[in-house]
Design a protein around this ligand. Sequence first.
Ligand code: SAH
Ligand code: DHB
Ligand code: MG
Length: 229
Amino acid sequence: MRTSPVDRDPSADWAEVDEYLAQTLLPEDETLELVLDENQAAGLPAIDVSPLQGQLLSLLVRISGARRVLEIGTLGGYSTIHLARALPAGGRVVTLEQAPDHAEVARRNLERAGFGDVVDVRVGAALDTLPELAAEGGEPFDLVFIDADKPNNPHYLEWALRLTRPGSLIVGDNVVRAGRVAREEDTEPAITGTREFLTALGEDPRLEVTALQTVGAKGWDGFTLAVVR
Ligand code: SAH
Ligand code: DHB
Ligand code: MG
């Protein structure tokens, strides 16, 4: 039976159009496909960014001319590869991952993708590894991608501000969660954490901010973009 435009599930269209756009715009990428296969074989959840979203991360690194990138939440390194491949020669990614088994898969994937020497995977809860990173006193990061446990997002924003410089870009993933973020009655910690993160972004005079809703292969979600003044 033909469905009328009003009773179709729009998420099927989002996925179909995402597939079409990715096919049309992105080159075949055996490295990235292999990463997703390896992640699946290792039992990692398929919560990586989508191919088009990954390419957005690459372009943000490229546009901003970032040389030093910090990622909070590595999983199998799918987003990490997108960040790393847009760096200039001598650039570096530090990526933080709590789960040792995720970090191990990521290290293998990054090595195979040729970024073993470009990416530093640090294992541990990010709220433990971020102070260590700060204590090392390295150069500020030019771009931070926040994509780990959402209840800690307000803390990750504070650390990102400590570890960046004026002009740095701070990107947050999963800030819409199928609209749940705007439903006050939804008080799951991941949602309230995201809400506090958004409130902090909106109130912080050190930041110039926007958010972008996305639909596609990963459903309905969104990113925040913030530039440090
Ligand atoms: N950025 C990845 C997806 C990350 S999924 C990509 O797009 O490919 C979120 C990751 O954050 C998971 O691997 C999870 O283990 C990790 N994580 C959860 N809590 C964390 C914490 N407290 N510190 C560091 N990593 C954490
Ligand atoms: C989840 C986490 C993510 O970072 C993501 O992009 C999608 C889903 C999750 O924990 O469910
Ligand atoms: Mg995410």
